[in-house]
Design a protein around this ligand. Sequence first.
Ligand SMILES: Cc1cc2nc3c(=O)[nH]c(=O)nc-3n(C[C@H](O)[C@H](O)[C@H](O)COP(=O)(O)O)c2cc1C
Length: 183
Amino acid sequence: MKKSIKPSTYLAPVPAVMVSCGDMETSDIVTIAWTGTVNSEPPMLSISVRCSRYSYELIRKTGEFVVNLVDEAHLETLDGCGVVSGRDTDKFKKFGLTKQACEHVKAPAVAECPVSLECVVRQTVELNTHVMFVAEIVGATAKEEWTENGRLQIPEGELIAYIQNRYTQTGGTVGTYGYTAKK
Ligand SMILES: Cc1cc2nc3c(=O)[nH]c(=O)nc-3n(C[C@H](O)[C@H](O)[C@H](O)COP(=O)(O)O)c2cc1C
């Protein structure tokens, strides 16, 4: 029997990503777990950001940001960017990260992250606690070992997932899309 519980943000697992924003001079990185794919053609995703964040100000101003996927090697950086504000700390400097110029947006990508998705905001949805930016992915880069014929191939177990307040490992594939139909 299932028991009734208080409705909340229980959706899990979700990705936890580092979102870089601003431009090559004035920039910030914010850790975001309220993110998801929302459209296929054009490829689109959303991020939900509280308006008290410094990153919110930059994204609102430029209408652009970069979603950087995070591997286990950068877990401490992922957490660190989520507990200090860019208002008083240069997170690229503090965490020894490198700004990588993007082809399609002015916001810098985080060079150390294996995948960076260059995004342009298409819709802004004012919610109660957060503002949701719905954005088109207009460019993408991935480290060479993670690509095959110009497409992304994420290796087993490298990326971090987030469940409630825990960072967890991924990996241990237990099926593939539509495998039941092939039986
Ligand atoms: C794992 C994790 C996930 C987070 N997810 C979100 C989120 O989805 N939206 C948000 O507004 N803040 C989120 N935060 C909090 C911000 O990352 C944090 O307040 C950050 O210091 C804001 O930095 P800024 O002021 O430079 O923008 C998250 C923090 C952590 C550690």
